[in-house]
Design a protein around this ligand. Structure first.
Ligand code: SAH
Length: 342
């Protein structure tokens, strides 16, 4: 593959520019254009000769809009096509604190969570840092609006593509790039313990979301195969370590599946588990009424059951909210657009 210039740090780009016989100072200009989301043709202060050289020798693996669905609440769900004709999904959401893009980190996923559509055909390949950035840049180009928050919660398991994801976050963070603070970035993992431990030492205080979805190992084993490798006790210990090193509150995602994990007893077990495992850690539980997966017979429970679940957590002093449903009138569940396309 030709060198991917959109995945390069500014210093790497400078070295590359010099290696193709151009002047070093051009790297800053090029970097700024690339990370403002512009194609080569628009880069007015870059010489034509240099552009021709780049077209011939380098690659900018950006994504292009294949289809999009716009919800009545303003949420946009994109199906993007990659340079090699693979498809990925991203979601653009408008909140009162700014616009958020939910970014995919892999084409498909190999984690096998039973309720998730992204994993049905396994993992096709990892995404490059450039392709993760490009999801944001293309959403900005398409809407004409700035993105102020990024959540790595789309298709794929970010810690199964560790190096590219960390590179992506550093590029997002870079001064001549989007200059996005880590406080505006969240990463969601299904619970790959060594990934959490390593990420805690990167010096990137990103908000960590952990997909827990069950109050004990038996229930979690049944819906999330990753739990057989890293059990809940190990997972919570890694979360505590992450909190101690970064000072960032840990967020737990819990998809409420009717008749599976949404009873008051489940709520009590969850509260006991979190209080015991994370006594000195600031946490938050994000309850998500599961997006129905007809093939598996998973359905969301009634509103009353959800409210009861919240009240049990609250009574136990566990901070919890029910996630606001965005784009309820479009296919909001992970991986559904791509699944239909392929
Ligand atoms: N691999 C990462 C991030 C991708 S999924 C992770 O597992 O966290 C983003 C979130 O959506 C996860 O919490 C995931 O468990 C959840 N999710 C997947 N399918 C869902 C469904 N049908 N209903 C509700 N949440 C779902």
């Amino acid at each position: 593959m030709r060198p991917d210039i959109l995945s390069m740090y500014e210093e790497e780009l400078a070295e590359y520019i010099v290696s193709i016989g151009e002047e070093r100072y051009r790297a800053k200009q090029l970097y700024k254009w690339l990370h403002a989301g512009y194609p080569l043709a628009f880069m007015s202060n870059i010489p034509k000769k240099m552009k021709e050289k780049l077209v011939e020798r380098a690659l900018i693996p950006s994504v292009t809009v294949e289809t999009k669905q716009v919800s009545s609440d303003g949420t946009i769900k994109y199906l993007f096509r990659c340079y090699d004709d693979e498809y990925i999904e991203s979601v653009f959401m408008r909140h009162d604190y700014g616009n958020t893009v939910c970014v995919s980190s892999q084409v498909g996923c190999r984690m096998g969570c039973k309720f998730c559509a992204s994993t049905i055909n396994g993992r096709k390949r990892n995404l490059f840092a450039s392709e993760m950035l490009s999801q944001i840049y293309e959403a900005q180009n398409d809407t004409g609006e700035k993105v102020s928050n990024v959540v790595i919660m789309g298709m794929g398991e970010p810690f199964d593509n560790y190096d590219n994801v960390v590179r992506f976050i550093r590029l997002l963070n870079s001064e001549s790039g989007m200059n996005l603070s880590c406080r505006r970035i969240s990463l969601s993992t299904c619970g790959i313990v060594p990934g959490i431990q390593r990420f805690a030492d990167e010096g990137l205080p990103v908000t960590l979301s952990v997909s827990l979805h069950a109050p004990d190992d038996d229930k979690r084993n049944a819906i999330m195969p990753v739990n057989k490798k890293y059990c809940i006790a190990e997972l919570l210990a890694a979360c505590r370590g992450y909190y101690e090193k970064t000072g960032r509150r840990i967020s737990f995602e819990y998809a409420l599946i009717d008749g599976n994990n949404n009873s008051p007893e489940d709520a009590q077990a969850l509260a006991d588990l979190l209080k015991k495992g994370l006594s000195d850690t600031v946490i938050h539980v994000n309850l998500i009424p599961v997006n129905d997966v007809a093939e598996r017979g998973f359905k969301r429970g009634s509103k009353a059951k959800t409210e009861k679940f919240v009240s049990v957590l609250e009574r136990n002093g566990v901070n919890a909210t029910v996630r606001k449903r965005m784009g309820a009138d479009i296919d909001a569940a992970c991986g559904q657009l791509r699944a239909r396309k392929i």
